[in-house]
Design a protein around this ligand. Structure first.
Ligand code: DUC
Ligand code: ZN
Ligand code: ZN
Ligand code: ZN
Length: 466
């Protein structure tokens, strides 16, 4: 195994910023020492990476992706090969994707299917959450087995009646089971029953354009479901992680619960921080590019999301990467917004957009690393190997140029999707080199990795609770 020294950079973790050299050996961080110190000078290294003027940060942990995900009569356009390659380009070295239990299936069947999709194809490391779409005696028992083998989080849907939806009784049972086995319940919190009534009424009134997707999926129905999920979790005595929080009113529900000391956590995504219903209302059918659920909100909601990220009422920013090409996929919903496949691409853009948030003054550099690397790693049982730079931890390291300027565009991105949700957006900062367990997967803006380098990572239980 080769040894690599990364010299002269500003090492940023969630805990501190120091001018330090980093020694990598056998895929692990072997040592950190003050840049130029006699100790660091004395390291033998086969290879030296000069990080002068750059940041040296942990590889990103994207805890919410949907690669090769069947949805809305089609499947997300990035598979595990293209999606994890794009992740590497964007400085993300671990993803947690969602395996799906189909109705009538055992959890095991769904999980095996996802292992088969991913095995041998990933450029960076990967783990799985499990989506429960059929909560019954069998699947409840299986939850214990999955936790024991490293699938320690379970997503439930209060949305999508008839498809992925669980009712309150099923949710309560799953939460009770998680309270007993250490699993973390992740909730898609939207009142899908009420939303479907509004969808039907909108379509009956001839309101078929993409912007109506945002109008029927009301912020109040996200907040109501968030509130209900919190109360059910309290009754069950389980922790709760609310995914893709987009509404100010939902942040308020989470903040109120956290003020009571409840183990309730929240995630938001770059699209809610940088995009809005203005995008959904773009002329013609362009708004379809921005259809995802929870939906984009009016711009006024963004301040509450940024505040929540600063005050730790929201802990994690993941992408919910679920790309569908405009051509042939988003177009399935021409003339009926409810048939537009839900989801946005973003796996490659998250680290850069959140660095832009540092430049814009929304968050500090250390908070950037906390919400994008350290917190998702701890939340989903991947610490201390992932999400930080520490002796003994995996050498998942990004050399980041904080001064490079770039323009986000479908013409230059590596995601397998024919548009960018951030087309033309200028950002300051760019990934230069990415190590995954010590191996360069991106080196000076070239992909040097390979499909199959990425390994499956079994996870511990949530590390926020111990
Ligand atoms: N929301 C999305 O936008 N896509 C996939 C599933 C979901 O809940
Ligand atoms: Zn050597
Ligand atoms: Zn969801
Ligand atoms: Zn999702």
């Amino acid at each position: 195994m080769t040894t690599t020294a990364i010299r002269g950079g500003l090492v940023i973790t969630a805990a501190e910023e120091t001018r330090a050299d980093v020694l990598v050996e056998d895929g692990k961080v072997a040592a950190l020492a003050a840049s130029g110190s006699a100790f660091a000078q004395g390291w033998h290294a086969d290879r030296t990476l000069d990080a002068t003027g750059k940041y040296v940060i942990p590889g990103g942990v994207d805890a919410h992706t949907h690669l090769d995900f069947p949805f809305g009569g089609t499947a997300s356009s990035d598979d595990f090969e293209s999606g994890t390659r794009a992740a590497a380009w964007g400085g993300t070295t671990t993803i947690v994707d969602f395996a799906v239990q189909s109705r009538g299936q055992a959890l095991r069947e769904g999980l095996d299917r996802w292992h088969a999709k991913a095995a041998g194809r990933c450029a960076v490391d990967y783990a799985f959450h499990m989506i429960l779409s059929d909560v019954n005696e069998g699947s409840l028992k299986e939850m214990d087995l999955l936790v024991a083998e490293g699938v320690t989080s379970f997503k439930l849907f209060m949305a999508y009646p008839g498809v992925l939806y669980s009712d309150d009784g099923q949710i309560l049972r799953a939460m009770q089971r998680a309270a007993g086995n250490g699993g973390l319940i992740m909730m898609h919190a939207e009142n899908g029953i009420a939303i479907d009534v509004l969808v039907e009424q909108a379509l009956a009134a001839g309101h078929t354009d993409p912007r109506y997707h945002g109008e029927v999926r009301k912020a109040l129905l996200e907040a109501e479901a968030t509130h209900r999920a919190i109360q059910l979790a309290r009754v069950a005595g389980s922790p709760l992680y609310v995914v893709h929080v987009s509404a100010e009113e939902s942040v308020a529900e989470l903040a109120q619960a956290r003020d009571k000391g409840l183990p309730v956590f929240g995630e938001t995504c770059p699209q809610y921080l940088f995009l809005s219903t203005d995008n959904l209302a773009e002329p013609g059918f362009e708004g379809a590019k921005y259809v995802c659920s929870t939906p984009l909100r009016p711009r006024e909601h963004q301040a509450a999301l940024w505040r929540g990220l600063r005050t730790d009422d929201l802990q994690v920013v993941s992408t919910d990467h679920c790309p569908f090409c405009f051509s042939g996929q988003k177009e399935l919903g021409r003339g009926d917004f409810s048939k537009i496949p839900n989801g946005l691409p973003g796996i490659e853009n998250r680290m850069d957009l959140l660095h832009q948030a540092v430049v814009d003054g929304h968050i500090t550099r250390r908070r950037w690393i906390e919400i994008a690397c350290a917190a998702p790693a701890r939340m989903f049982g991947l610490a201390p190997h992932k999400g930080t730079i520490t002796p003994g931890g995996d050498a998942d390291i990004v050399i980041y140029d904080p001064h490079a300027e770039q323009t986000l565009s479908a013409a230059t991105h590596h995601m397998n999707v024919d548009y960018s949700a951030y087309e033309g957006k200028r950002v300051t900062g760019r990934v230069e080199t990415v190590l995954s367990r010590g191996e360069a997967v991106i080196e000076e803006r070239k992909f040097t990795g390979r499909a199959g380098h990425g390994r499956y990572v079994p996870r511990a239980t949530c590390q926020y609770l111990t």
